[in-house]
Design a protein around this ligand. Structure first.
Ligand SMILES: Nc1ncnc2c1ncn2[C@@H]1O[C@H](COP(=O)(O)OP(=O)(O)OP(=O)(O)O)[C@@H](O)[C@H]1O
Ligand SMILES: Nc1ncnc2c1ncn2[C@@H]1O[C@H](COP(=O)(O)OP(=O)(O)OP(=O)(O)O)[C@@H](O)[C@H]1O
Ligand SMILES: [Mg+2]
Ligand SMILES: [Mg+2]
Lengths: 254, 254
């Protein structure tokens, strides 16, 4: 059902990268092949799977800026078995300014990804925290969007805005675009605020919210130190188990 | 020493808005007058001091896009005594694309702010999580920058990048630009990761790191529900007290 999936939320620090890398890790355990695409010049996904965005020449910036660079040229194996990565590099920060003069600027990623995407079960695109051309390119080529959300008061208003933008992109560029699911992340059990936001989330977007909740745990935050997904550095931790359950739930919906 | 202060960090969700509103609240208690400037179209600062970015016509977007709109036209009292706000509105999201063709585009905020800034003890500018024209405008008119940082592994690499960009802006546009201070936010006491990152922070940037640490507390996250700073909705809470200590430390360095 969904083949190309964006991890999107314009709010910063809500768990886009963490959900992307850890869901990929859990799906890889189940034998799925995944292409990871890092669209954030901060390169957190790239770092999180064992590569260095500074060393990445060429990287995703080049793919989007220069017609002659093919997608294939930027793909590397990651530390995750069965998962490759198209790493970010700093040139991504120039993309917004540079490509906004070209007419089909929202479709550049789509055209280039076409060449390689059928080699993988899933393509996971990690978006930056902004509604910029990078995010628009990602959403324009996606079938499904996974939206990580933290259960804090600001989050619901932001989600509403995100869903409106997704509708705009669907009507303008991409009728296949759907919400694959909404993931509550870094969930703080036993806090009233989190419980209230979670129940309102279910009330408004019920069918879309995954039953699996990713709880707050310092073990998750170690990801960038280990530079691999949790299922690879903390195999039996409850949150690794939660990511495996999220992977099951994700597959059931497919 | 520092009169115009940007709250900046390109990483999302690290506490720029929360530090801005709560430090303003604590300084207002001490009788300081503050102009709050919301440069993030998501309008979290605007919401956090009792206004609605959706209703803000004109707002900061108009100030930056249209030469005929004066800064004075967008200023409103906020819920904080002694603090006014220049609210964000959605047009800020158009700013990057629109004003990047004009030659002096990095200095538009500086030119317009000039008209009103001497009416206040401090001008606090809340930046979006990006190195876009909005952040460049903010940094180009600031004397000091307060950098909130969360003690997670990704944060130090991000801080390094931020400091390089700040140097570029200093040499290109604004020799007065300095780091006023670095604030550890949402600090998770008793976790090894946080303690390690904090000590490395002190090792690398010792003199700049404030002694005051803002600990993680669900009471802080209630800010957007109350739509006022913590010192106004949780007067005797330990974190409100921490913000008062941060205000003292901020003033001592001035
Ligand atoms: N379940 C969790 N428990 C504890 N920490 C978490 C959890 N999920 C994410 N984090 C931490 O929160 C921080 C932000 O997460 P992450 O970088 O994935 O967010 P993001 O949405 O990709 O941010 P950005 O908008 O900057 O790209 C990271 O330091 C990460 O390790
Ligand atoms: N000390 C704290 N304890 C608990 N929660 C906190 C603390 N500081 C901030 N938060 C919460 O973390 C979230 C992110 O904070 P905030 O919005 O201030 O970050 P930001 O850097 O302004 O984000 P953005 O990059 O999106 O503008 C908010 O929900 C806020 O309430
Ligand atoms: Mg990320
Ligand atoms: Mg903010």
């Amino acid at each position: 059902k969904h083949h190309v999936i964006s991890f999107a939320n314009q709010k910063g620090g809500v768990g886009k990268t963490t959900t992307c890398v850890n869901l990929a890790g859990a799906l890889s355990e189940k034998g799925k092949t995944i292409l990871l695409v890092d669209m954030d010049y901060q390169g957190n996904l790239t770092l999180g799977v064992g590569l260095d965005p500074g060393d990445s020449r060429p990287g995703m910036g080049d793919v989007l800026l220069y017609p002659e660079v093919s997608f294939r040229e930027v793909i590397h194996p990651s530390v995750i078995p069965n998962a490759d990565i198209a790493p970010a590099n700093l040139d991504l920060s120039k993309v917004d300014i540079n490509i906004d003069k070209r007419p089909e600027r929202h479709g550049i990623l789509h055209d280039k990804l076409h060449e390689v995407k059928d080699n993988y079960d899933y393509v996971f695109i990690d978006c930056p925290p902004a509604f910029n051309l990078l995010t628009v390119n990602s959403l324009s080529t996606s079938d499904g969007i996974i939206i990580p959300i933290q259960c804090y008061p600001y989050s619901l208003a932001g989600l509403n805005t995100l869903l409106e933008i997704i509708d705009d992109i669907r009507y303008a560029y991409n009728f296949d675009l759907e919400i694959a699911g909404i993931v509550p992340t870094a969930y703080e059990t036993n806090t009233r605020i989190a419980a209230d936001v979670l129940s309102e989330l279910h009330e408004r977007y019920g069918g879309k919210v995954y039953d699996t909740i990713i709880r707050k745990s310092v073990k998750v935050a170690e990801g960038p130190l280990h530079r691999k997904p949790m299922v690879m550095y903390a195999r039996s931790h409850p949150v690794s188990q939660a990511y495996r359950e999220l992977a099951e739930e994700f597959l059931r919906r497919e």
